[in-house]
Each structure stands twice: as structure tokens, then as C-alpha cells.
Design a protein around this ligand. Structure first.
Ligand SMILES: Cc1ncc(C[n+]2csc(CCOP(=O)(O)OP(=O)(O)O)c2C)c(N)n1
Ligand SMILES: [Mg+2]
Length: 325
């Protein structure tokens, strides 16, 4: 349960639907050849980005992964510039030269998606150290996958963050697979959060498809970090709806019964939130839900049209922005 106001709950639902529709459109436009590079869909994991980011305030920072669109949207990134970047256009976040895995917006505290698995974990630990040194009360949140939790940066970063009591929240999105490798085969403990004991910090396991459970866990971990008590690992159990990437030649090793079970309404994070809201009188009348979906649809149609109208970067711009001034 939650004590969030009805307005905030509806705003969270709207963000989750925006992420889902953004991903559906990105998949479609990838298949039609309009989007270049790669696209890793966040569909099915929306409750994690939205539940956590709703607990943050301005000045807090996050870092993302190769599966980064949901984190960008949850932190308030501009949909037009995101879509234009996927389209490889000059008005995109990286002027069309980065694509899906390089979107960042420092003005909203989004330090970037990242193509290096676990690469973001050390960067966000540095952001936590900076916040501690500045004494500004800000926190830093690092999102990463189950696969990333087996890489060196996870262990090195969390060790030092725990020793120095840095204000960092490590959010493991355990979608149970790293490309085609099941977490059960590659993670030595049953839960990633169990590893927190080894660093002397709390390790919390939540249902990552329950936006309120995620939000409550984030509120507690953030309060702890702001109070100078150090980092927390939150492990959110979830599942990705689509295969690892949209690339057409990529196989999906996941058993189809397993995938189908996670696609059902009772597991879907958006449908679950809608059901919860509708159980409370007047929180989400059908007309309000329809209206909300229409607003999202219009925003995304506008983003696609913005991307389509934006020019490709010029040849001359290829070597610009390579080195810092
Ligand atoms: C350092 C590094 N090694 C390998 C890869 C290739 N790679 C891309 S995504 C991925 C799996 C990541 O799995 P996980 O962390 O669970 O995230 P998920 O894709 O499930 O969200 C791998 C191995 C990479 N990008 N970077
Ligand atoms: Mg994974």
C-alpha cells in the first residue's frame, strides 16, 4: 500500500504507460529500419524505474544501463530528443551520434545510459562520493542488471561505498537473464541482495513488478542514505517482455512457457497498477484512464514526428564533440 496522493499515483501510471508505449514504438521503428544501432526494450520492467525515481528529488542523480529508455523517461528526459537520438538525428540528445545506449541529461541528474555492462556502477559511486563531499544532501542511484552484479565494478564499488557510507542506492533489476544466460546458473547466491551481508549493508528484495513495493523500498533506502547511514542494495525481481535486443538475428533462449507466464496481466506491472488503482473508489475512472492513454499517445506521436523532421548530422560534425574543450 501507499500514502502517495491520487495525483502522484496517476502521474506514476502515466510515466509507466509512456515507457511501455515508447518501447513499443521503438521496436516497431527498429523493425521498419527507421531506428539505427540497437534497441534494448525495457518493457515489463517499468515499475522499477518509476517506483524509484518518484522517490527522488531535484539534485539527486541516477545512472542507467544499455536498457536505458525507462530510466531516462522516469527521471524526466525530453521525449522528442530521446526519439530523435534513436533515429540518429541532429536534434537528438547526442546530436544523433550516440544512439539509444548513450542518452544522458545532466540537467535532470541523468548521468547516462551505458553500453559497458556494470560500467555505470562505478560512475554512480563517484557521484555518491561527490554528493557526500558537497554535503548537499543529494543521493545517487545506480540501476544495473543481474548479469552486471557478477562483474568487478559491482563488488569494488559497493565495498568502498559501504566503507565510506556513501549516499548511494544500488538497484539491481533482476530480470533473471543476462542475454541468454539464466541468473540461476551464473549468480552464486540465490539472490543478488544476499551479497549485501558481505559488505555490512542492507540488502532488500522487492517484487519489481509492484510499483508501490519498489517505491516504499526506495523511500527507506534514500532516507537512510540522506541520513549519512550509507548505501543499500535493492534487488527488484522482474522479467523483460522482449528478447535481449531488437536485433532480428538474435535468438531468445528463454523457454516460451516462462515468457508467456510473465506476459499475463496478473504479472504485468502496468496492469497490476491499474487494477490496484481501480480497486479504490474514484482513483481511476475509465474516462480518466482513457484520457491519460490519449495524452501519452499524442506526446509520442509528436516525438516521432519531431525525430522524422530533424536532419541527419552532417559529415563535418562527425569529429565535433570528440574531445572536451
Ligand atoms: C563489459 C561488457 N561485457 C559484455 C557486454 C555484452 N552484453 C551486453 S548486455 C549483456 C548482459 C547484461 O545482462 P544484465 O546485466 O542482466 O542486464 P539485462 O540485459 O538483463 O537488463 C552483455 C553480456 C557488454 N556490453 N559489456
Ligand atoms: Mg538481466
Amino acid at each position: 500500500m501507499t500514502n502517495l496522493s491520487p495525483e502522484r499515483q496517476r502521474a506514476m501510471l502515466r510515466r509507466m504507460i509512456t515507457i511501455r508505449r515508447f518501447e513499443e514504438i521503438a521496436s516497431e521503428k527498429f523493425r521498419s529500419g527507421d531506428i539505427y544501432g540497437v534497441v534494448h526494450s525495457y518493457a515489463g520492467e517499468e515499475a522499477i524505474a518509476v517506483g524509484v525515481c518518484e522517490a527522488l528529488r531535484d539534485g539527486d542523480q541516477i545512472i542507467s544501463t544499455h536498457r536505458g529508455h525507462g530510466h531516462c523517461i522516469a527521471k524526466g528526459a525530453d521525449l522528442n530528443r530521446m526519439m530523435a537520438e534513436l533515429y540518429g538525428r541532429a536534434d537528438g540528445y547526442c546530436k544523433g551520434k550516440g544512439g539509444s545506449m548513450h542518452i544522458a541529461d545532466f540537467s535532470i541528474g541523468m548521468l547516462g545510459a551505458n553500453g559497458i555492462v556494470a560500467g555505470g556502477i562505478s560512475i554512480i559511486t563517484g557521484a555518491g562520493l561527490a554528493a557526500q563531499m558537497d554535503g548537499n544532501g543529494a543521493v545517487a542511484v545506480g540501476f544495473f542488471g543481474d548479469g552486471a552484479s557478477n562483474a568487478g565494478p559491482f563488488h569494488e564499488s559497493i565495498n568502498i561505498a559501504a566503507a565510506w557510507k556513501l549516499p548511494v542506492i544500488y538497484v539491481c533489476e533482476n530480470n533473471q537473464w543476462a542475454v541468454n544466460v539464466p541468473a540461476l546458473e551464473s549468480v552464486a547466491t540465490p539472490n543478488v541482495a544476499d551479497r549485501a551481508k558481505g559488505y555490512g549493508i542492507p540488502g532488500i528484495i522487492v517484487d519489481g513488478n509492484d510499483v508501490f513495493a519498489v517505491h516504499n523500498a526506495a523511500v527507506d533506502a534514500i532516507a537512510r542514505a540522506r541520513a549519512g547511514q550509507g548505501p543499500t542494495i535493492i534487488e527488484a525481481k522482474t522479467y523483460r517482455h522482449r528478447r535481449h535486443t531488437e536485433r532480428l538475428d538474435q535468438p531468445d533462449a528463454r523457454p516460451s512457457e516462462e515468457v508467456n507466464a510473465w506476459l499475463q496481466e496478473d504479472k504485468d506491472p502496468i496492469q497490476r497498477m491499474i487494477t490496484t488503482l481501480q480497486m479504490q473508489e474514484d482513483l481511476l475512472p475509465p474516462t480518466v484512464l482513457e484520457n491519460l492513454k490519449t495524452v501519452v499517445e499524442n506526446e509520442l506521436a509528436e516525438a516521432v514526428s519531431f525525430a522524422e523532421k530533424s536532419p541527419f548530422p552532417t559529415k563535418e560534425s562527425a569529429l565535433q564533440d570528440v574531445f572536451a574543450e
